[in-house]
Design a binder for this molecule. Structure first.
Ligand SMILES: *Cc1c(COP(=O)(O)O)cnc(C)c1O
Length: 366
């Protein structure tokens, strides 16, 4: 039995008829950019997150870039302002900051949750700090009540990187509705995945929503009138129509992911392997199920030999990337340890009991 890391083909095959119907509707409409499907998806996704606005954009990176850019255009940020961000995130989070010529201030995560630690975030605040950018890594919502309290006390903006956390919630409030804005990715492998690139920003700020929408549309609100030197980053009708189908199944897929996570947590009992912490059901949507092991590379090779495909999220931390060579000598011990020891096990809504059991058994025998 070979077990893939994520069987996207099977996930989408479950909705084949609905997806074909949606695609056909778009093809037959003759309208492919900025039409009814995008408007409907934006409304439905805003309703899902319980935010006032959702703005479809080209991808998750652009969602983050355009939000920071919009705050600059609105005079709330300027070049050189500091943005507090976890050191152990996917590179896109950092790229969005440097693309805007803002200054990332990398902060070590909490080792138990892999997420930005509110205490360490607060310690990193300086007179130049303007934004906190928490990442709901692996699908676990950051301790947002504390982050928002700190941000309010210091007058800071909060941008959630919610690319991995569609539907995660705390105190009844969902990812995307905690900060002043949030960036979502609908990359095919994300919990809410399109069949191509797609992303969105959610916010309750009308001015911000209008500005992001204009920036992603050549800087224009009215055709051929340009307020900003914008870009072209729009969600298209085809992806929006497909996402409307996928959104209807998101909660049920999340429930299935949580069942897999529960079985792993119950079944894996090897002291060499550290399991993810999960205290509150609704806080985690298990985009990834990440374990830690000091013999990680050996463990990965052993699982592969037995037909189990795993991935590493992420092998190289941002500050060790060539793209950020200025930071290469900096030391973030905890983040580096996570990058050395973490391994993502297969998790997805379609995983069968036998597959989960096999993986748990293999891990216990390691
Ligand atoms: C996927 C991801 C992004 C970028 O999204 P894209 O749609 O691939 O551009 C940003 N941040 C995090 C944490 C991600 O996982």
């Amino acid at each position: 039995m070979t077990i893939p890391f994520l069987d996207l083909k099977a996930i989408n095959a479950a909705y084949r008829d609905e997806l074909i119907e949606a695609a056909t509707r778009v093809i037959d409409s003759g309208w492919y950019i900025q039409g009814q499907e995008v408007a409907a998806f934006e409304k439905e996704f805003a309703a899902y997150c319980v935010t006032r606005y959702c703005i479809g954009v080209g991808n998750g990176l652009d969602a983050l870039i355009l939000t920071l850019r919009a705050w600059k255009e609105l005079g709330r940020l300027k070049e050189g302002d500091e943005v507090i961000v976890p050191a152990n995130t996917y590179i896109a989070t950092i790229l969005a900051i440097t693309e805007n010529r803002l200054t990332p201030v990398l902060v070590e995560p909490d080792i138990d949750t892999y997420n930005l630690s509110p205490e360490l975030a607060e310690k990193a605040i300086t007179l130049r700090t303007k934004v906190i950018l928490p990442v709901h890594l692996y699908g676990r919502l950051v301790e947002m009540p504390k982050i928002m309290e700190i941000a309010d006390r210091h007058g800071l903006l909060v941008l959630e990187d919610a690319a991995q956390a569609h539907g995660a919630s705390l105190q009844g409030k969902k990812a995307g509705n905690w900060g002043h804005a949030a960036g979502f990715s609908f990359y095919p492998g994300k919990n809410l995945g399109a069949l191509g690139d797609a992303g969105a920003v959610t916010t309750n700020d009308e001015k911000l929503a209008q500005t992001i929408r204009a920036l992603g549309n050549y800087g224009s609100q009215k055709k051929y009138e340009n307020l900003y030197q914008g870009v072209n980053s729009r969600l298209d009708e085809m992806q929006a129509a497909l996402l409307r189908v996928k959104l209807q199944h998101l909660d049920q897929e999340t429930a299935a992911r949580r069942i897999v996570a529960k079985k792993y947590l119950e079944g894996i009992k090897n002291p060499l392997i550290t399991l993810p912490k999960w205290e509150r059901e609704e806080q985690h949507v298990f985009h990834l199920f990440v374990v830690r092991c000091s013999r990680r590379d050996e463990l990965q090779a052993y699982l592969l030999e037995q037909g189990v495909h795993t991935l590493i999220h992420y092998p190289i931390p941002p500050h060790k990337q060539q793209a950020y060579s200025d930071w290469n000598l900096k030391v973030f011990q905890r983040s580096e340890m996570i990058h050395h020891m973490s391994l993502s096990l297969p998790i997805g809504p379609g995983m069968g009991e036998a597959e989960i059991e096999k993986i748990a058994e293999l891990l216990n025998a390691f």
